[in-house]
Design a protein around this ligand. Structure first.
Ligand SMILES: C[S@@+](CC[C@H](N)C(=O)[O-])C[C@H]1O[C@@H](n2cnc3c(N)ncnc32)[C@H](O)[C@@H]1O
Length: 262
C-alpha cells in the first residue's frame, strides 16, 4: 500500500470520529419541514454521509456526491438499507449536478472546497451550479462559517494539533497546523499543515497539506446568490430562528441561508 492510501484512509476515518455534531442536521430537518416537501434533494460534498444519511432516514429522496472515495466508502456503508439514498463520486466544480428540487451545501463546504480553480471563482461556481440544478421555485440551503474578523482567526503562528486518533487499520497520528496568514485585501488566507502518521506496521508517514481559501463576507454571499438567480428567503444565525444581522459583531458565526431560485 502506498502512503497516500494510509493517509487518506486515516483522514476519512478520524474526521468521522471528531465531527460528530448533529445540531446542524436537526436544524436543517426543521428548515426542510418549513417548506413544501422536496421530491429530490442533492447534498453536494456529502463526505461520509453525516448529513445525507439522516435526511434519507427522515424519508427524503436524497442524492449525495463527493470527490473523495475514502469518505464515500464510509457513506456507502451507512446507506445500506436506504433505497432512497443514492451516493456517487463527482467533482462539484467539474461535473453536472443533475436536476433536483433542493440543493444542500452544508458542513462548511463553501470554505472547504478542493480543486485547482481560483478559490473565489470556485465559490461563485457553486452558486451557478446550484442554480443550473434547480428549476424556478427550487431551494438552496447553505450552511457555513461566517467570520467577522478573519484577520484574527486566520493569522496565527506556532503549531496546533487536531484530529488526533487511530483508524480501523491501526494507523495512528494527528493533523498538525503550522500557522496561517490572512490578506485582508484579497480575503485569501493560506496555511501550512501536515499529517503525522504511523501505520500499524510501524512505518512513519508525513503528508504535507498546504491550503488556501477565500473567506467571503455576508454581502458577497448575497451578491453571488443574486447573480446566480436566487432570492434570499430566510437567514439563520447559529442554528436558531434569529436572522443574520447586517454586520457581524462576534468572532465567528454559523450562517445558514435558505434561498429560492427565481
Ligand atoms: C468539511 S467536509 C464536509 C462533509 C460533509 N458534508 C459533512 O458535513 O460532514 C468537506 C467535503 O468536501 C469534499 N470536497 C472537497 N472538494 C470537493 C469537490 N471539488 N467536489 C466534491 N467534493 C469535494 C471533501 O472530500 C469532504 O468530504
Amino acid at each position: 500500500m502506498n502512503q497516500n492510501f494510509y493517509a487518506r484512509h486515516w483522514y476519512a476515518d478520524v474526521y468521522e470520529q471528531f465531527e460528530t455534531q448533529t445540531n446542524d442536521i436537526d436544524f436543517l430537518l426543521e428548515v426542510l419541514k418549513s417548506i413544501d416537501k422536496p421530491e429530490s434533494i442533492l447534498e453536494v460534498a456529502c463526505g461520509g454521509g453525516r448529513i445525507c444519511v439522516p435526511l434519507a432516514q427522515a424519508g427524503y429522496n436524497v442524492s449525495g456526491f463527493d470527490s473523495d472515495e475514502y469518505m464515500l466508502l464510509r457513506c456507502i456503508k451507512k446507506a445500506k438499507g436506504l433505497p432512497n439514498l443514492r451516493i456517487y463520486q463527482a467533482d462539484a466544480l467539474k461535473e453536472d449536478w443533475g436536476k433536483h428540487d433542493a440543493i444542500i451545501i452544508a458542513g462548511n463546504f463553501l470554505i472547504n472546497i478542493e480543486g485547482d480553480m481560483d478559490y473565489k471563482a470556485a465559490q461563485k461556481m457553486l452558486f451557478a451550479k446550484a442554480s443550473e440544478a434547480l428549476d424556478a421555485g427550487g431551494w438552496l440551503y447553505l450552511d457555513f462559517d461566517l467570520y467577522a474578523n478573519p484577520q484574527t482567526v486566520f493569522t496565527s503562528t506556532g503549531k496546533r494539533y487536531y484530529f488526533d486518533g487511530t483508524d480501523e487499520l491501526g494507523t495512528t497520528g494527528r493533523t498538525v497546523s503550522c500557522g496561517s496568514v490572512y490578506d485582508g485585501a484579497t480575503q485569501i488566507c493560506a496555511g501550512c499543515s501536515h499529517l503525522e502518521l504511523k501505520t500499524a506496521s510501524g512505518e512513519s508517514i508525513i503528508v504535507p497539506r498546504n491550503w488556501y481559501k477565500h473567506i467571503p463576507t455576508l454581502p458577497q454571499v448575497f451578491t453571488w446568490l443574486d447573480e446566480a438567480g436566487f432570492d434570499t428567503f430566510k437567514t439563520y444565525r447559529n442554528y436558531s430562528a434569529e436572522p443574520l444581522p447586517d454586520s457581524p459583531d462576534d468572532k465567528l458565526w454559523r450562517a445558514s441561508i435558505l434561498a429560492r431560485k427565481r
